[in-house]
Design a protein around this ligand. Sequence first.
Ligand SMILES: *Cc1c(COP(=O)(O)O)cnc(C)c1O
Length: 486
Amino acid sequence: MAVLGLNLSGYRNGVSQLHRGVSRRLWESAWPNLPHDLIPIDAITNGVHLPTWVSHEMGELFDRYVGPAWRDDPASANWAAVYDIPDEELWRVHERQRQQLVLRARQQYTEDMLRRGLPANEPGGPPVLDPEVLTIGFARRFAGYKRATLLFRDLERLARILDDFERPVQVLFAGKAHPRDDGAKALIREVVQVSRSPEFRGRLVLLERYDVELGRLLVAGSDAWLNTPLRPLEASGTSGMKACANGVLHLSVLDGWWWEAYRPGTGWAIGRNRVDDDPEAQDAFDAESLYGLLEGEVAPLFYERDSQGIPREWVRRMKETIVTYAAQFSTSRMVSDYARRAYGPAATAWHELRAENLGRARELAAWLERVRAGWDAVKVYAVEDDGSELRPADAPVTVRVQLYPGPLQPEDLRVDIVYGQTDARRELHIEAEAPLAFAGQQEDRLCRYEGSFRPGSGGRVGFAVRVMPQHPHLPGVICTGLAHWA
Ligand SMILES: *Cc1c(COP(=O)(O)O)cnc(C)c1O
């Protein structure tokens, strides 16, 4: 069904840049004649609806400094004005979000415990959660690959981090599992179990009845937002975008949207920028990296206060986070990308194909049938270039191609040079292409093409010759998938 859908679509996309690459690899069998770089799957990264996810008070702050345009037209809003918000003001608003979250969490936690006949607090013990403590949020669907329990790999170390006398940390979990996903339900049980053990009680809490309303409180009131998917399984992820728009610092594996978004000086990247073949090794490495970040960066930065009690560097990162991500990862940007790259061209193609009482569509269908039938007989006979092994990067390389068109006509074909760097395995990474001009047909029907390209960059440059069908009315949204390479 997926291949049918891919082939009947005029446009296909992954939901983040990283996901485009993953999708191309997943579906390369649907376009066996095209190399990875030319598989017609694009990327449009998801976004979140800012007026829905930015908290009421933070929204009012944006109204005053950025201007009300941030709600309806975030791309044109002056986000840099966030730098002008006095640190004290931004921090106070954020602290109030955390306090509201903690109050709501306490209330709900107490209700949940009472319903089960369990004591909500140890008699004489500390209250559940603390409105002044560094709060890490983790809320989303529970699914195995999201690794909600990565934080539990070393419970002793986690207990030390949460219990640190000067720099305590608390963690709030929320989420639901699909009713038939037993693995995910087991993860929830594990979180509940850990949250009830004496060393974590009141410091690590799972909130039940997760819904959009609770989600909104969490993405605004947490200080840092935890995201630990097993790369590359998170196609985009969006809860981190909601958190960032509220100035919550993102603490995430470089997967999904964070792979393209992460900049030093905003949030943090957990683990390395790679995929390990062994998921167990990746778990171990990512957990170690997460503990290291919590101990060495997140907690110290949060508790580094000046005489007015403001964590200046943390607030600087909050501002950087809002300015860098809010507009870029909003639904406004996303919807305009879809309009420009997918729906606009599809609408134009439809108007063209429907012209002359669908005559254009019939003509193209007949042409495509003829081209498909004759395609295997098209053969590239010879490729010559005047390039020497060593040459200046800006010197043009002239390429001549001889091609046998089989039953097709020269005007049915286009011949291009694709070029770019080649890697150590001599694989070509296509960076650009240049058309070759038709230079006549001989009596034996061989067609000649000629043209040149300038590599432009130094290093190990390579090129390939690509032959594809062409028709003056073939809309860009139709990918025939036909190509010959030499
Ligand atoms: C945004 C949102 C999600 C998605 O979170 P991910 O980070 O993409 O997993 C799930 N549930 C709710 C209620 C949300 O608001």
